[in-house]
Design a protein around this ligand. Structure first.
Ligand code: FAD
Length: 308
């Protein structure tokens, strides 16, 4: 059994956790230990580490997990089946366990660009969850992805919820959600999954709104997330001309707009966290984007820092 059971903690109180990604450069990697130290001040219940689909960053992923362990916190590794064989998965999972990493977010992963299959032995996250349970019993605590608006490729929200139920039936322990700015949709989904017999705790993923291009990109490039009116207004109000993706924007007020957008985006994120917390969700999982200063400001403003 995993040494720390996050689901047991969730029975008692709301979790606070962060997500980091392994930096691509050595400099980024050495800066990350400082970031982890700063995040530690909030006593997060865990820090999760992304996994490049196809396993391209496995080494870096494990290194970041080790850095989190060294700072005496619980790492949760993300893991995908993309281009992974059964044997390869078994080996990698064993290596995690040998290093004391016994928390995993079991994902399918996004198909590599231009392809329409996983290119590995498994087709879905449900297969991975079953495999982990069959091979390793209860040694891992397993999180799975949940999409309050439905996964972008799902046939229907109902079909997606049925899959989530299957993840639970196959042995998953709790849900980490895809970002969702639409609170009414979130409430509808939460109600619907409970009616479907899904009792897993729900740890809500929140992406801080800090940068215009990154926000639009995250919502639309892969996930098809609805941007509610309040967020759209902030984007319009500080729109960078000709568009936020332009490498050389001609906007005269560029720096001011970036700063104003960030301020308004952080305030928006804080209000969103308030709403999720007041709904009684089981955890707040901040996609920290490796930015501890912004995260610190958000957490302090939310009052979550009183737990320190
Ligand atoms: P699945 O649950 O397998 O679902 C994929 C699609 O197939 C859905 O439309 C579903 O409805 C459908 N489906 C599932 N099972 C079945 C079935 N048995 N029969 C028919 N249809 C089925 N990606 C990364 O590459 N690295 C990361 O580190 C990473 N971190 C993430 C963290 C979080 C919190 C979340 C929410 C997502 C993350 N992702 C990451 C993205 C994720 O890999 C993608 O969203 C991916 O497209 C789907 O993964 P999944 O586990 O939800 O897939």
């Amino acid at each position: 059994m995993a040494a720390v059971k996050l689901t047991d903690i969730m029975k008692k109180r709301q979790l606070l956790s962060f997500e980091l990604f392994p930096p691509k450069t050595e400099k980024g990697m050495s800066n990350l230990s400082g970031t982890i130290e700063h995040l530690r001040e909030f006593h997060p219940d865990y820090i999760s580490v992304t996994y490049g689909a196809g396993g391209g960053n496995v080494g870096a992923n494990r290194e970041v997990c080790r850095m989190i362990q060294k700072a005496e916190m619980v790492p949760v590794t993300h893991f995908t089946v993309i281009r992974n064989t059964k044997e390869g998965i078994k080996e990698q999972l064993k290596a995690y366990l040998d290093e004391g990493i016994d928390h995993i977010l079991a994902l399918r992963g996004d198909f590599p660009r231009g392809e329409n299959s996983t290119g590995g032995d498994f087709k879905y996250a449900t297969d991975l969850v079953r495999f982990i349970r069959n091979e390793f019993g209860d040694r891992f605590e397993i999180a799975v992805a949940g999409s309050p608006e439905g996964h972008i490729a799902c046939r229907s929200l109902e079909a997606d919820i049925a899959v989530l139920r299957q993840k639970q039936d196959n042995g998953a322990d709790y849900i980490m959600t895809q970002l969702c700015w639409n609170m009414e949709q979130f409430k509808y989904w939460l109600d619907a999954i409970r009616k479907a017999g899904i009792t897993m705790p729900v740890d809500v993923g929140i992406m801080p709104v800090l940068d215009q291009a990154a926000t639009i990109n995250m919502a639309l490039s892969r996930n098809g997330c609805v941007m509610e009116r309040e967020l759209s207004r902030i984007i319009s109000k500080y729109w960078i001309f000709p568009n936020p993706f332009d490498k050389e924007p001609f906007d005269d007020a560029l720096e001011q707009k970036k700063a104003d957008f960030k301020k308004a985006g952080m305030e928006y994120t804080i209000r969103q966290i308030d709403k999720y917390r007041s709904l009684g969700v089981d955890g707040i999982h901040l996609y920290a984007l490796n930015k501890w200063k912004d995260v610190t400001e958000i957490i302090n403003a939310c009052g979550m820092c009183t737990r320190v």
